[in-house]
Design a protein around this ligand. Sequence first.
Ligand code: FES
Length: 320
Amino acid sequence: MNNEWLDTIVVARRDATSRIVVLDLVRPDDGELPEFAAGAHVDVLVDGAAGLVRQYSLCGPPQDRTRYRLAVLAEAASRGGSLGMHRLREGDRLRISRPRNRFGVSDEARRHLLVAGGIGVTPLLAMAHALEARGAEYELHYCARSRADSAFVEELENNPRVRLHFDDGPDDQRFSVAADIGPPDPEAAVYVCGPGGFMDFVISSARGAGWPAEAIHKERFAPVEDTAAHTAGGTFTVRLAKSGNAYEIKDGESVLDVLLAAGVDAPYSCQQGICGECIVRVLAGEPDHRDDILTDRERADGMFTTCSSRAHSPILELDL
Ligand code: FES
């Protein structure tokens, strides 16, 4: 992992719900933090001793360089990441990466339709702050199980651009693509973030309503549960253009795992198909794309995720 860690201090901590903690981080010297664009996330070194790294979106206003805000849901099946974050107290130190972003606000769209499911509201909150600051036209649809399960409701409910949709609320406030997003608009972009099932529902409904794939921007914050979806398949060879070295990738292995085990300095972060940090260019061969990150245009341009994609051809040459 090629991270340059930044030291921060937890300057504020509050329980937004029984399962969501909101943390504000500042630099130890109170200086400015690196600039970030709405939609960005940071890697967080949750447990330095165990090398446990997790990705969390920055949900505060991007124009505020004095602090970063994270909101973390305590996952029922936490392997230490979210629970470690919940254990943090004011004054604790936390190492984070510089912000990264594959989920930015479209420069081309005039209208921005943000659709959040649960804790997926975090990157969209930063987008709402940024769009508000620039006077852009946007709507934020925040879908959650219930008011009690939702962070940030107090700050959002009086914003006329925000609509709250609770599963346990009356039928007429439930989210639907037909009623809340409407028909395709060539001047609009749709942004979706939330649990996998929620995202699949929103994206397939929007596509069914005629929205083109390139108008729908998405960010998954949870890896696919079935890692075999990324690593199962026949053996193929990866050749690295710079060294000329070749590596065999067998069924059950990822390209990234094999390269790292061989000591190759390949870029990566999450290793779970959600951050996009491992993207490299394919120079020859036919990729078998299994990620949910790259757009059709990026795939056509030869981009490839080493942690989650494979090859249809016997040899894949990478620009590494
Ligand atoms: S390392 Fe994060 S998507 Fe591959």
